[in-house]
Design a protein around this ligand. Structure first.
Ligand SMILES: *Cc1c(COP(=O)(O)O)cnc(C)c1O
Length: 428
């Protein structure tokens, strides 16, 4: 069977395929640069694994308390090497990114302390962790206050506001690298570094945590290379390489990570407990694959921006600007177009390809939400997925793809569905 025939069999018409090829022909240099970053990061991860003499004993399952779990302890050394930090906490007991961030925050803030976000509002789920929205067990309930300095209208740091917000109670500063579901730009590790330097000049003993979700391995450097005391993320995003079935990481200074371990398990127990439950092969191998998996997702995002921008849809980031996370927002402008786009992503999935995504009233959101995902790991967003709230400006957030080829098929499929619904016309 010819490539064209297989594409037709899975539902991509020759005209959509050809249109995709036309877009791709202009992206060679971009893809080359992404491959170079992947090569660097592949070498970085490999060097860390060799330095720590990873071997088959590290893949053994442990149960119960997990005392003397060599595989778990060594994985944490490998992560610390990759992120150039003194220590790391990498655990399946960290259930998701929000949990990892909640552990990092609550371990390093005490009653009377203040948390500052110098980059505007944090990710939705952190609102309840911090207590911006009322919630049981929030930091606010424990007497930790919160301050925020918003970004300037052009998305840059408001240094005056940050200076004014730092006071003698400011203990920890939280910086979110990725834009998440906001419309501001994602920050590069170097930009984050400038902000960290500025904050530490004003208050040398302040600690800085970076929410690194979706940013890992997009660049050759990480925020921990620029003075962050902790970098935090989810293993079902970039660093799990699609193979980790659960988990989160906190890499940082020994002092901060020790406190995180005591908060995650119990004071006095710290990093000594926490069985690996047989997950070590997936966590090691996932980290090994993470640089190239991230590169594939990044190519998909660049392809989507170029393809949809040429059809007249606004994209964030746009077709040409540099990228510091794997998320692509496409403003489709209508409910129908969002539904069609998500149907295409769903139809291209290896799992649940036959189901039809519908908008639904998801708890905690003020509008309906649509989601497309057909993943091997539930909710994994390093796998190809798309979602968005059904409201102005009707933007879908697209991310992931375990391989570039799959991301490409998903994007072509989304265009196919828009075309079939009569919501877009291909240029001549
Ligand atoms: C995904 C994400 C989180 C939360 O992670 P979950 O695993 O969904 O809990 C936090 N911050 C950012 C920027 C994210 O992208």
């Amino acid at each position: 069977m010819e490539l064209q025939e297989i594409y037709q069999k899975i539902g991509v018409s020759p005209e959509v395929y050809e249109y995709g090829e036309k877009i791709l022909s202009g992206l060679r240099a971009r893809f080359e640069a992404i491959d170079q970053t992947a090569e660097y990061n592949q070498a970085k991860v490999l060097a860390a694994m060799q330095e720590h003499r990873v071997n088959a004993t590290h893949f053994a399952a442990t149960t119960g308390y997990g005392y003397n779990d060599g595989g778990r302890d060594n994985l944490e050394r490998v992560y610390a090497s990759v992120f150039h930090t003194e220590a790391a906490l990498v655990r399946p007991q960290i259930t998701c990114g929000t949990h990892a961030l909640a552990v990092a925050l609550s371990a390093n803030l005490l009653p009377g302390d203040e948390l500052l976000s110098p980059v505007g509002a944090p990710y939705d789920t952190l609102e309840e962790v911090i207590g911006i929205r009322d919630s049981k067990c929030s930091l606010r309930e424990y007497g930790v206050s919160y301050a925020q300095a918003d970004l300037l209208p052009d998305g840059s740091f408001d240094y005056d506001a940050v200076r004014n917000a730092i006071n003698d109670r400011t203990k920890l500063i939280t910086i979110q690298r990725s834009k998440g579901y906001a419309t501001r730009p994602t920050f590069s590790p170097a930009q984050i570094g400038e902000l960290i330097s500025f904050c530490k000049t004003i208050k040398p003993d302040v600690k800085v945590m970076v929410d690194n979700c979706y940013g890992e391995f997009v660049d050759t450097v990480e925020p921990s290379d620029f003075g962050a005391d902790m970098v935090v993320g989810s293993l079902i995003k970039n660093p799990g390489g699609g193979l980790a079935p659960i988990g989160g990481y906190i890499c940082g200074t020994q002092e901060c990570v020790d406190r995180c371990a005591c908060r995650l398990s119990a004071p006095g127990l710290g990093q000594e407990v926490g069985a690996n439950l047989g997950l070590m092969p997936a966590l090691y191998q996932g980290l090994f694959l993470a640089p190239t998996v991230t590169a594939g997702a990044l190519k998909g995002a660049v392809f989507a921006a170029n393809l949809y921008e040429k059809l007249g849809f606004a994209c964030v980031p746009n077709a040409t600007e540099p990228r510091f996370d794997i998320i692509q927002a496409v403003t489709l402008g209508s409910r129908e177009a969002m539904v069609a786009f998500c149907k295409g992503i769903q139809a291209a999935a290896p799992v649940d390809s036959y189901v039809t995504p519908e908008p639904w009233a998801m708890p905690g959101y003020d509008s309906e939400v649509i989601m497309a995902a057909g993943a091997f790991v539930q909710g994994s967003s390093i796998e190809l997925s798309a979602d968005g709230p059904i409201r102005e400006p009707y933007a879908v957030y697209f991310q992931g793809g375990l391989t570039w080829q799959h991301a490409k098929i998903g994007i072509l499929m989304s265009l196919q569905k828009l075309l079939e619904a009569g919501l877009v016309v291909l240029p001549e």
